[in-house]
Design a protein around this ligand. Structure first.
Ligand SMILES: *[C@@H]1O[C@H](CO)[C@@H](O)[C@H](O)[C@H]1NC(C)=O
Ligand SMILES: *[C@@H]1O[C@H](CO)[C@@H](O)[C@H](O)[C@H]1NC(C)=O
Length: 415
C-alpha cells in the first residue's frame, strides 16, 4: 500500500512536470500551447468590457451570463479582456466606471465585476488573456498615468518605458491583481482562489499595444515586468500585447525569456489595406492581411514560441454602423484571415490562435456611429471609436455560422 501511494505520488509529480497535466492551466512547450494533455489551438474573441458587465452595482449580470452562454455554444472559449482601466470617471471617451477611478484607488464594485466575470468563465471552461494596461487612452492607460503622476497628459506614451515612477506604479498594480482573492469563488462556492492560482487566466498581458520607443528601454521593461509576473504567478503565461512587425523592436521583444508566446495585430482599415465601402479590393485586402501574417510568422520562425493573431476586424458592408446592415464582406474577410492562420497552425504549429475584434453580443449603439457615453450599452467598439464600427452582434447570423465552422476546424487540431 505504502509503495503504491509513493508510486502514485511520484507519477503525479512527473506528470506535473510535463505538458500532460490536466489541471486546466494552459502551458507552453516549443511552438505549442497545451491544455489538459492536448495541444491547444483556438479561435477566440475580444471581449474587453466583461469586467464592467460583471459589476454587481454598475453591471448587467444577466447579459454577461447569456453572452458567455452564446459564445460557449459557438465553441468560442478564449477571451481577451481588460483587467485594468483608469479614470477619472468624468472623462469623455473612457470606459467608465473605471477600476482605478483615482490614482491607486480601486472601485471594489468593478473588481468584483472582474471576479464574477472570471468565475462565470471558469464555469464554462473558458480561458482569459488579461490585459494589464494600455498604450492608448480609451481605458486611461499610460496617458492617464502621465496625467496623474507627471501632470502632463500629452507626453508620448512610449516615454513610459523610461519613467521609473510610472513603471513602479504598474508593478504595484500587478502585485495587487495577481495576488487578489476572487470574491465570487468565496461567496458562491466557499472556495479560496487567488487570481494567480486560477487556471481560467491563461495569460497576463503587459499592455494593449505597447509601442516601443527606443528598443533598449522597451525590451528592458518587458524583461523586468515579465519576470515580476512569472515570480508571482509561475503557473500562468505572460504575453506582450504588441502589434507585430508594423511597429519597431518587435523581434527584440519576442526574444525575452519570460515572454511565453508571441502576439500581433492586423488592422486592414486603420492601416490602409482595405475598407469595405464595396467588394472592390476585398481580395487584395485579404492578400495584404496574408502578407502581414506571413511576415510575422517568418520573422519569428526561429523563436520556437506559439504565435497568436489576437486582434483583427473589419467594418460592415459600405462601412455602415447600423446593426441591421449586411456584413457578408466582413464574413468573407474573416474567413480569409482564419484560413491563413489555420493553415499555419496545421503546418508545424506555426500559429496557435486568433481572436477577432470584437464581440458586441446583445449590446447596441445608442446612436449608430455616435460616441459612447456613460450608461450606454458597452459593445465591441471602445468609447473612443464610432459605435458599431467593428462589433459582431448576437444577430449577425451569417457571421456566427461562419465562426462556428472555423471554431470546429481549429478545435480539430487539438489532439
Ligand atoms: C533579461 O534580464 C536578465 C536578468 O537581468 C538578463 O540576464 C537577460 O539577458 C535579459 N534578457 C534580455 C532579452 O534582455
Ligand atoms: C441588461 O441587458 C439587457 C439586454 O442585453 C437589457 O435588456 C436590460 O435592460 C439590461 N439591464 C440593465 C439593468 O441595464
Amino acid at each position: 500500500m505504502v509503495t503504491k501511494i509513493l508510486f502514485l505520488l511520484l507519477l503525479s509529480c512527473a506528470i506535473g512536470q510535463t505538458t500532460l497535466a490536466d489541471d486546466g492551466f494552459v502551458t507552453v512547450k516549443g511552438r505549442n500551447f497545451y491544455l489538459n494533455g492536448k495541444k491547444y489551438f483556438y479561435l477566440g474573441t475580444n471581449y474587453w468590457y466583461g469586467m464592467n458587465l460583471g459589476a454587481p452595482l454598475a453591471g448587467n449580470l444577466t447579459r454577461l451570463k447569456e453572452e458567455l452562454d452564446d459564445l460557449s455554444q459557438l465553441g468560442i472559449k478564449n477571451l481577451r479582456i481588460m483587467g485594468s482601466t483608469q479614470g477619472p470617471n468624468d472623462k469623455e471617451k473612457r470606459i467608465v466606471p473605471a477600476l482605478e477611478y483615482d490614482k491607486g484607488k480601486y472601485d471594489e464594485d468593478i473588481f468584483e465585476g472582474l471576479d464574477i466575470f472570471l468565475y462565470e468563465m471558469g464555469k464554462r471552461d473558458m480561458k482569459a488573456v488579461v490585459t494589464l494596461n494600455n498604450f492608448w487612452e480609451w481605458s486611461g492607460g499610460f496617458p492617464q498615468y502621465f496625467e496623474w503622476y507627471r501632470g502632463n497628459y500629452n507626453l508620448y506614451p512610449a516615454q513610459f518605458y523610461e519613467d521609473e515612477l510610472l513603471k513602479e506604479k504598474l508593478d504595484d498594480f500587478i502585485k495587487i491583481i495577481v495576488n487578489r482573492e476572487n470574491t465570487a469563488y468565496k461567496k458562491r462556492d466557499g472556495k479560496t482562489i487567488l487570481y494567480k492560482d486560477d487556471p481560467t487566466i491563461m495569460s497576463w498581458q503587459l499592455a494593449n499595444e505597447p509601442r516601443a520607443g527606443p528598443c533598449g528601454a522597451w525590451v528592458d521593461w518587458i524583461n523586468k515586468t515579465s519576470t515580476l509576473i512569472k515570480t508571482l504567478a509561475p503557473r500562468q503565461l505572460v504575453s506582450i500585447g504588441n502589434e507585430g512587425t508594423i511597429t519597431g523592436c518587435s523581434e527584440e521583444g519576442n526574444y525575452v525569456e519570460n515572454v511565453d508566446y508571441i502576439t500581433f495585430h492586423a488592422w486592414a482599415q486603420n492601416w490602409g489595406w482595405y475598407s469595405p465601402s464595396s467588394r472592390n479590393g476585398l481580395s487584395s485586402g485579404i492578400s495584404k492581411a496574408h502578407k502581414y501574417i506571413s511576415e510575422n510568422v517568418n520573422l519569428n520562425k526561429d523563436r520556437n514560441k506559439p504565435m497568436v493573431l489576437e486582434e483583427f476586424g473589419l467594418a460592415r458592408n459600405r462601412n455602415s454602423y447600423d446593426p441591421n446592415s449586411y456584413c457578408d464582406i466582413r464574413d468573407d474577410y474573416y474567413s480569409g484571415v482564419f484560413s491563413k492562420v489555420y493553415s499555419y497552425a496545421k503546418d508545424h504549429s506555426l500559429m496557435s490562435g486568433v481572436n477577432f475584434w470584437a464581440y458586441g453580443g446583445q449590446g447596441r449603439p445608442r446612436e449608430n456611429g455616435g460616441w459612447w457615453k456613460a450608461d450606454d450599452d458597452l459593445i465591441g467598439d471602445p468609447p473612443h471609436e464610432r459605435q458599431g464600427w467593428y462589433s459582431v452582434y448576437n444577430t449577425d447570423f451569417t457571421t456566427l455560422e461562419m465562426l462556428r465552422d472555423w471554431v470546429d476546424k481549429f478545435d480539430s487540431l487539438c489532439t
